[in-house]
Design a protein around this ligand. Structure first.
Ligand SMILES: [Zn+2]
Length: 495
């Protein structure tokens, strides 16, 4: 005999006294399933036919293997094995005493004396009202909730749509960008006709159109140490959809100082991370990462690219955690870091512990207020997307003239191979920025260099690097290939 854990799926839990798992003794998989059925007679007809055979729509796994590929019910058990019952599920709700009619009658009577839902709202939220974990009381919590989304981009867009659809009463949005054509590949809050409009104007229209019961409060500013505490203070939950380290640390620190939960999400190429930081019950972002990486090691999405559906997935996971926090239901991601790999389609989970020496959230914290985050992260005040100062630059029109002259400069393209394939300047030499240090000897014969990239950030960093190595005549194309396309050659595609 061995002791095994039997996992009970949601649809069958009502027949097992509500348990999600039970510890049972047996020598085979069939043995523990039978003893489970004997102990919970309501389960029996769901699992077995009248002849006592396992029903065909019930699949049983031993650890991560289907027992049909092992020895079926005769598969032997070892101590600590996990047996999972996996029934076919097509959506829909379980049949239980929790009927919509009852939920509606409770609603109309206005329990707790708070305002009731209208007939239209009852229809709108019926799939929530049917869920015992939400119901009328939960829907009221959602209506009373205030959620602040920092960033209305790849993560904020899907999260905002689902939070408005779910009936969150107030959604605050912090962003100051306009909708760009390149946003539409993932920022599903916006339409093609919104290109060029302020994001928050377009977002408000879309969200209030989706649910007139949701109030959208725009904060069209850059979040700074001066305004962050005031902006965050009225909200219950902060959803961190930022794309740069200074703002990420700022959001974390402000949330810790105000004692609010922050639902974290981040994306990179094909990988995502999600967690919930709530220093009252667990670690904060600084416990996980006390210091940011050097700015030149971490490219932004604009430089690195991102699979369009990835922020959709991560943003929806963030919305899920936000809804659970509001409802006070389930097991939140506090203290857990969820890692998602879209290429392998795998989720992994790591434990995050509170750092006993965290400068912000430990018992002997030394940081009592907000700090200068761009300086802390080692980036210019304008953020990662601005070109470094003090680097010699050449304007696109001037470069055009020089290229036509006798003393044309040697062009170095420091973008990635895939970007080169989109467009490049004639005669240019491709050395991706990350390879520059190893391939610098390819440039020694050129007396005059102009370095370019997409927008001028990477080329300015590469120019600084080459000047430091002793190259005398190096300049960076100001505004990059995109400025060249706008001002010199409109046939070059911008991306
Ligand atoms: Zn901490």
């Amino acid at each position: 005999m061995a002791k095994a854990t039997v996992k009970i799926p949601t649809p069958l839990r009502t027949f097992a006294g509500g348990a999600s798992e039970l510890s049972l003794d047996g020598s085979t998989v069939g043995g523990v399933i039978h003893s489970l059925a004997e102990a919970n007679p309501g389960l029996k007809r769901h699992l077995f036919t009248a002849e006592g055979r396992l029903r065909s729509f019930v699949t049983v796994y031993l650890n991560d293997e289907d027992i049909r590929f092992l020895e079926r019910e005769a598969t032997p058990l070892k101590e600590g094995d996990v047996v999972s019952i996996v029934p076919a599920v097509a959506g829909g709700a379980p049949t239980s005493a929790h009927s919509p009619a009852r939920a509606a009658s409770r609603t109309r009577s206005g329990e707790n004396g708070s305002p009731t839902f209208s007939t239209e709202e009852l229809r709108r939220y019926s799939r929530h009202l049917l869920l015992p974990e939400v119901g009328v009381a939960g829907q009221k919590k959602l209506r009373d909730a205030k959620v602040l989304l920092v960033g209305a981009g790849g993560l904020g867009a899907p999260a905002a749509l689902y939070l408005a659809a779910a009936g969150v009463g107030e959604i605050g949005l912090v962003d100051f960008d306009a909708v760009d054509l390149s946003n539409l590949q993932r920022q599903v809050l916006y339409s093609t006709s919104d290109v060029g409009r302020p994001k928050l104007v377009a977002a408000r229209e879309r969200l209030e159109g989706l649910n007139p019961g949701t109030r959208v409060t725009p904060h069209e500013v850059r979040l700074t140490s001066e305004n962050a505490l005031d902006i965050l203070a009225p909200y219950d939950v902060i959803l961190d959809g930022t794309d740069n380290f200074p703002t990420r640390y700022l959001v974390n620190d402000a949330a810790v100082l105000l004692g609010k939960p922050s639902v974290y999400g981040s994306i990179y190429r094909f990988e995502g991370q999600v967690s919930v930081f709530d220093s009252r019950h667990g670690p904060c972002y600084r416990c996980l990462y006390p210091e940011p990486p050097p700015p030149d090691l971490v490219p932004s999405c604009a430089e690195a690219g991102v699979l369009g559906v990835l922020p959709g997935l991560v943003g929806v996971l963030q919305a899920t955690e936000t809804v659970k926090l509001i409802l006070g239901k389930g097991e939140s991601l506090v203290g857990r870091l969820l890692l998602f790999d879209a290429l392998a389609l795998k989720f992994r989970e790591l434990k995050i512990r509170k750092n006993p020496h965290c400068v912000l959230c430990s018992s002997h914290a030394t940081q009592k207020g907000l700090i200068d985050y761009p300086a802390f992260c080692g980036v210019p005040a304008g953020g990662l997307t601005s070109e470094p100062d003090g680097v010699p630059k050449v304007e696109p029109e001037a470069l055009r003239a020089e290229l036509d002259s006798e003393e044309a400069p040697f062009l170095v393209d420091v973008r990635e191979t895939g970007e080169w394939a989109i467009a490049h300047l004639p005669g240019a030499h491709l050395i991706p920025k990350g390879e520059l240090a190893d391939r610098v000897d390819e440039l020694t014969r050129a007396s005059k260099l102009v370095v370019y990239c997409r927008s001028g950030v990477r080329s300015a960093e590469a120019t600084r690097f080459l000047l430091d190595l002793g190259f005398a005549n190096v300049r960076s194309l100001h505004g990059g290939l995109n400025a060249w396309a706008q001002r010199v050659d409109p046939s070059v595609p911008q991306y």
